[in-house]
Design a protein. Structure first.
Length: 364
């Protein structure tokens, strides 16, 4: 498989970033000047800058676009107005999740989608298979970069660049940075106040350099995808391929809030409505280690009698809590406060079933 590069690839190499494959894209995991723990703390306490250009981009345009997408995607695009964004999912007929994505509503006839990197082609193909005359779907993966500016000092960074960061959460606008047009979105994947920025692919280096210079007076850090993962795990945010997949439905993943249940139809609706009515056989929970064990994806979870009751979907050491944490898909009979046992490389580690998120959200 040919691995693709971000438009900022050389910038990462110049910073001697540790690189790894993310959905077919070679992206930075961490930077040696700081490392994952310091990058994580920078976002929680000050500000961090991420390159997430591996994320997909696609446009759906034409008369009836909103109604077309609303009949397929889980969430209800009528819940938002023009200039707003919405978290949603694309399911198959069995209720499995092809991908979770953000939909940006420019107008009822113009909606911009940001899927996950490796699923972009699948999303475009699934929508194209059902497209109606007059609607055009384009894969714009290499047309835009995506940068994420996250943390409590984010507003000061933008203000230093002459931008007033006053838009509401899950809204977007158009600004200029380094004389380049940028879509500025009040979104993120860290649980902190922040923005995601979409410059044109060819403008990415100019915008990146301007942001790197602007975060430095605030003791901000350039951050890799390693810290982005620990940040999102602390928030209990799902990652496709872990908490969501073709085998894990939105109901099982505790993502029913992103389903427009009052809509007449959406892909996989009959299966999901049945699960909602009857209850899923398994459900996503948070686990907090009661010892020094660090849970990892794929580890078996058992009850006190040694019976298998589920599996860890994501696990890590929480830099904020200084504790092992995990997201786990567990039998529906499991309740909050239950102490479970995780098989950590052949050693039994105890954990408590807890409410998500693990840390407080500051997105608003």
């Amino acid at each position: 498989m040919i691995v693709k590069n971000s438009p900022l690839h050389q910038k990462h190499l110049d910073l001697q970033a540790k690189m790894a494959d993310f959905g077919g894209w070679l992206m930075p995991i961490e930077y040696p000047a700081a490392g994952v723990l310091a990058e994580h703390s920078a976002v929680r306490e000050r500000v961090g800058l991420f390159d997430v250009s591996h994320l997909g981009k696609a446009s759906v345009k034409g008369p009836g676009t909103l109604d077309f997408l609303n009949g397929i995607l889980t969430n209800d695009l009528n819940r938002i107005s023009d200039g707003m964004a919405q978290y949603t999912m694309l399911c198959n007929d069995k209720g499995g999740v092809i991908d979770d994505l953000i939909a940006y509503r420019n107008s009822p006839d113009d909606i911009f989608l940001v899927p996950n990197a490796s699923n972009t082609s699948d999303v475009v193909a699934a929508l194209s298979a059902q497209v109606i005359p007059g609607i055009e779907i384009k894969n714009l993966h290499n047309d835009y970069a995506v940068l994420a500016l996250q943390g409590p000092a984010t507003s000061k960074v933008l203000e230093s660049l002459g931008i007033s960061p006053t838009i509401d959460y899950m809204s977007f606008t158009h600004v200029q940075i380094a004389q380049c047009d940028v879509i500025l979105c009040r979104t993120g994947y860290t649980g902190e106040f922040g923005f995601e920025l979409l410059p044109r692919w060819s403008d990415a280096e100019k915008v990146w350099d301007a942001l790197v210079s602007a975060i430095q007076p605030l003791d901000g850090l350039v951050c890799g995808l390693g810290s982005r993962d620990t940040l999102r795990t602390e928030m209990g945010y799902p990652l496709h391929g872990h908490e969501l997949s073709l085998e894990i439905t939105p109901v099982q993943a505790s993502a029913s809030w992103a389903v427009g249940w009052s809509k007449e139809k959406f892909a996989g609706d009959s299966v999901l409505r049945g699960e909602r009515t009857n209850g899923p056989r398994r459900f996503m929970h948070g686990l907090k280690s009661l010892d020094r064990g660090i849970p990892r994806a794929g580890m078996t979870v058992k009850d006190s009698d040694g019976i298998d009751i589920g599996v860890v979907t994501s696990g890590t050491f929480s830099p904020t809590l200084k504790n092992g944490i995990a997201l786990a898909l567990l039998d529906s009979s499991v309740t909050l406060g239950t102490v479970v046992v995780i098989d950590v490389r052949g050693r039994e580690s105890q954990a408590e079933v807890v409410t998500l998120p693990f840390v407080q959200s500051h997105v608003r």
